[in-house]
Design a protein around this ligand. Structure first.
Ligand SMILES: CC(C)(COP(=O)(O)OP(=O)(O)OC[C@H]1O[C@@H](n2cnc3c(N)ncnc32)[C@H](O)[C@@H]1OP(=O)(O)O)[C@@H](O)C(=O)NCCC(=O)NCCS
Length: 164
């Protein structure tokens, strides 16, 4: 089932309506997600940083199941997962794991040593998911997304997984 999934890189401006609809649905069910109610602020969030890329995930029938935004930070040898969203009703089916595996593969292709991301300390589902996939809390940041709420910064070192 999940093997037929595919990721399509999108232009955030062109796909903004589709992305924003997913975001509003997911944020409605995930109170500890960064809450962005304004379309242009959402555009800035996804596309406002250098080296960002956004991917919409589709199932075998072409139906969108979620999206993933990555930011490459070559100077730190880090690939950041800025946003990972599996749409309502589609969670716990392995899609999120496929997205994270995609991010890690991309980090390796780019030669980055670490995948990092930020998540709210109360987002228990996400924290359990990341820990299950080998991520650990590196530090706490008080205002990472500028929304006045704290985040845990989680990291996974890819070099430890594949020692040379
Ligand atoms: C967090 C999120 C991306 C996870 O995606 P998902 O599709 O629901 O997760 P998956 O089904 O791929 O889970 C993958 C694995 O993690 C495990 N897992 C998931 N949540 C877990 C939890 N809370 N504790 C322990 N393990 C967990 C699953 O059991 C599965 O394990 P397996 O591969 O060994 O069978 C998804 O729930 C989501 O979009 N949530 C709303 C938005 C959000 O919070 N995003 C993260 C913001 S930082």
């Amino acid at each position: 089932m999940g093997d037929e999934m595919h990721a399509e890189e999108v232009d955030v401006r062109q796909a903004l309506t589709e992305l924003f609809e997913i975001e509003l649905r997911v944020a409605g069910e995930t109170p500890n997600l960064v809450q962005i109610k304004d379309r242009e602020k959402f555009f800035e969030f996804l596309a406002g940083q250098p080296n960002s890329s956004t991917w919409i995930w589709k199932d075998e029938s072409g139906k969108p199941v979620g999206y993933l935004t990555l930011i490459d930070k070559p100077e730190e040898s880090v690939l950041e997962v800025l946003a990972i969203r599996v749409d309502n009703g589609m969670r716990s089916s392995g899609y999120g794991k496929q997205m994270m595996e995609f991010a890690e593969k991309r980090a390796e292709e780019l030669g980055r040593g670490t995948v990092m991301l930020a998540t709210h300390p109360d987002n228990a589902k996400a924290l359990g998911f990341y820990k299950h996939l080998g991520y650990s809390i590196a530090r706490r940041a008080e205002n990472y997304y500028g929304d006045g709420t704290p985040r845990y910064i989680l990291e996974k070192s890819l070099r430890e997984r594949h020692p040379k």
